[in-house]
Design a protein around this ligand. Structure first.
Ligand code: 3PG
Length: 415
């Protein structure tokens, strides 16, 4: 059933201070600290553009505490300004006096970006809506904003205060990204059919294992094709790779992978060859010939053909995470091969994550995919049939604020 939610057109936002929760969490170069792509920023810009008569407070998280991508949003503000072609000011504060006074001095059409929301303790926790409303983060900001736009689809699975805390306090609606994602996914759900093939790569092994659990539990993963670092963990669990992969808590991840394969070995398709760097170029070898997992930068050509066969025979195919380091030409064979197989599949095709969407554009085949989402974990939860806290918040908001504008004002005064 289509989800009922309010859009920008349903609220009176002109001249108002709008808290815009986006997700511009972006891969950061570990050495230079530079933003490695801009897909989520480009999406966020669409909503900012449509709020050109409001005073816009842009807010997002970036990375996770303790990781190298846990950084300030200063570079993001600069990049958003470049995309929009107008000034986006930045304040190195989230809800302290400096942030609040900068919000209060915004003029119509002004755009201010707050610093990384996860610099505050509360944003790193999950809450039920009533508790989220009582966090200092929401209580303080709420006094300085008149409305909230939720556009962070890729963090829709996190019940953090800025995702679920405003909907009951100020008029709240969906931004353009959330609207587009939900519309497309709703359309896809009506034509979804088996067999369901899931293609997972990339380096977030723990997240991928959670995705596999959720998709299997909901009958959405008849075959799981594995590549990237997650593929190496499964190869090690299958006894086909020597040495360590070099990921955090490796032993526990290998045990989980082993258990999944013990339950149903046929479901999992592992690479039969891998590409390593040798003599400055690409060399394809069997997994057992790899001396160190850190040399593996792609899957081999035989694996690409085998994976492509499953992708083309799928009724619905979901791909998340690149199979190799496609930023280097010689290691882009896997990523390009699997994306081209997706593009020519007759099944319903869904691709997740900024890296793959950047690669699709590079190969000029993005318009041959049914749905390209910048979301990772949130999309998996959605495809697995789980409820998303952000969508729940929007539904609550539609019930509460879905009235003519003059009544919204009265309601807001009473809230
Ligand atoms: C994502 O990139 O999937 C979202 O920004 C959520 O990030 P998280 O997994 O660190 O909560």
């Amino acid at each position: 059933m289509p989800i009922k939610l309010l859009t920008l057109e349903d609220l009176e936002l002109e001249g108002r201070r709008v808290f815009l929760r986006v997700d511009i969490n972006t891969p950061i170069h570990p050495e230079t600290g530079a933003l490695m792509e801009r897909t989520r920023l480009e999406e966020a810009a669409l909503t900012v553009k449509d709020l050109s008569k409001s005073k816009v407070v842009v807010a997002s998280h970036q990375g996770r505490v303790g990781r190298s991508d846990y950084t300030s949003l200063e570079a993001h503000a600069r990049a958003l300004g470049e995309i929009l072609g107008r000034e986006v000011s930045f304040v190195p504060d989230v809800f302290g006096p400096e942030a609040l006074s900068r919000i209060d001095s915004l003029g119509d059409g002004g755009v201010l970006m707050l610093d990384n929301l996860r610099f505050t303790a509360e944003e790193n926790q999950e809450y039920v809506p009533g508790e989220a409303e009582r966090t200092f983060l929401v209580k303080r900001l709420r006094e300085h904003v008149d409305a909230c736009v939720l556009d962070a689809f890729s963090t829709a699975h996190r019940a953090s205060p800025t995702v679920v805390g405003f909907a009951g306090l100020v008029p709240t609606c969906a931004g353009r990204t959330v609207g587009r994602e939900l519309r497309m996914l709703d359309r896809i759900a009506t034509v979804e059919k088996g067999p369901y093939v899931t293609v997972l790569g990339g380096a977030k092994v723990n997240d991928r294992l959670e995705a596999i659990d959720a998709l299997i539990a909901n009958g959405r993963a008849d075959r799981v094709l594995l590549s990237g670092v997650v593929g190496l963990v499964f190869l090690k669990a299958a006894g086909k790779l020597r040495g360590d992969v070099g990921v955090d808590k490796e032993q526990a991840l290998v045990v989980r992978a082993r258990r999944l394969m013990d339950d149903d070995a046929d479901r999992f398709v592992l690479p039969s060859d891998l590409a390593v760097r040798a003599e400055g170029g690409r060399k394809e070898v069997e997994p057992s010939q790899v001396a160190s997992a850190s040399q593996v930068l792609d899957i081999g050509s035989k694996s690409v053909d085998r994976f492509a066969h499953y992708i083309k025979g799928a009724g619905t195919v979901f791909m998340s995470g690149p199979p190799g380091a496609f930023e280097w030409e010689e290691f882009s064979v896997g990523t390009e091969g699997l994306l081209r197989a997706m593009a020519s599949s007759l099944g319903t095709t869904i691709i997740s994550g900024g890296h793959l969407s950047t690669a699709l554009r590079k190969y000029g085949i993005h318009d041959q995919i049914d749905h390209i989402s910048t979301a990772g974990g949130a999309l998996v939860q959605y495809l697995a049939g789980k409820r998303l806290p952000l969508v729940d918040a929007l539904e609550r908001a539609a019930e509460k604020w879905g009235r003519p504008p003059h009544e919204q004002n009265r309601q807001q005064e009473a809230a």
